[in-house]
Write a protein that binds this ligand. Structure first.
Ligand code: NAP
Length: 244
């Protein structure tokens, strides 16, 4: 029977590339969004028309009631979630001294608490079946830190800590937890940086290019599936050599 993957923030960018990659590998794909209802539904329709079962499901991952409703919707359509990709995230560039308490809280609510809530809810069925795989999206900035992105860097470092600790706790239950920490990827998230900054970042990258969402999706797909059956608690960083 086909396995079910839930991809949070699957409406755009890296999450969208993951949805397409998993669908092509025969997974039933649940595509979560918060704002981009039309995009997520169009993607689900397109995949379904190609013979890949797909469902768009709205929820703010930082809200426990909405996470619960999202899982119930996915389970009703496809059965329990076998693979959870915690991809939903926000970013923000600001001087540390300009950060408001609200900026800090929202960053951690979406990028860390959202992951906590989705992992906890997914585990309800994964622990029962003694199987499952979770892939969390961190960032190179969670490894190296980035100027003017202190709250984002701190949140993405927390994702790495969460991944490693949870992998240890869940190993005996045959549930793997891994992390993908991309470098600079060509998505709307980096749209605010401007062409000059993006060109400078590409130049700074040893491979001389920015990554594409599909580069990240391949890493997520690998860690999620059976090819990585002996890999847990690890951080894989598709980053063109930017951070080594
Ligand atoms: P993106 O293009 O900005 O897309 C963000 C996705 O997250 C969208 O699908 C958005 O949904 C969803 N989202 C945001 N807040 C949400 C919430 N509260 N609840 C549910 N969904 C929410 O971002 P991206 O570049 O693809 O990044 C995806 C992940 O990779 C993020 O965790 C990001 O931090 C990480 N990452 C990105 C890069 C990069 O260079 N792009 C590098 C390293 C790590 P809507 O479309 O409905 O708004």
């Amino acid at each position: 029977m086909a396995k079910t993957v839930l991809i949070t923030g699957g409406s755009r960018g890296i999450g969208q590339a993951c949805a397409i990659a998993f669908a092509r590998q025969g997974y039933q794909v649940a595509i979560n969004y918060i704002h981009s209802k039309e995009k997520a539904e169009a993607l689900a329709q397109e995949l379904s028309a190609q013979g890949h079962p797909a469902l768009a499901v709205g929820a703010d991952v930082s809200r426990k009631d909405q996470v619960e409703a999202m899982f119930q919707q996915v389970e009703a359509a496809f059965g329990p979630v076998d693979i959870l990709v915690n991809n939903a995230g926000i970013a923000q560039q600001k001087l540390f001294t300009d950060l408001t308490e609200e900026d800090w809280d929202r960053m951690f609510q979406v990028d860390v608490k959202g992951m906590f809530l989705c992992c906890q809810r997914a585990l309800r069925t994964m622990l029962h079946s003694h199987s499952g795989s979770i892939v969390n999206l961190s960032s190179i900035w969670g490894i190296s830190g980035a100027s003017c992105e202190v709250h984002y860097s701190a949140a993405k470092a927390a994702v790495i800590g969460l991944t490693k600790a949870l992998a240890q706790e869940l190993g005996p239950s045959h549930i793997r937890v891994n992390c993908v920490a991309p470098g600079v990827i060509n998505t709307e998230m980096n749209g605010l940086l401007g062409e000059e900054t993006l060109a400078a970042l590409a130049e700074e990258t040893p491979l001389g290019i920015l990554g594409e969402p599909e580069d990240v999706a391949k890493a997520v797909l690998f860690l999620a599936g059976e090819e990585a059956r002996f890999i847990t608690g690890q951080v894989l960083s598709p980053n063109g050599g930017f951070v080594i």
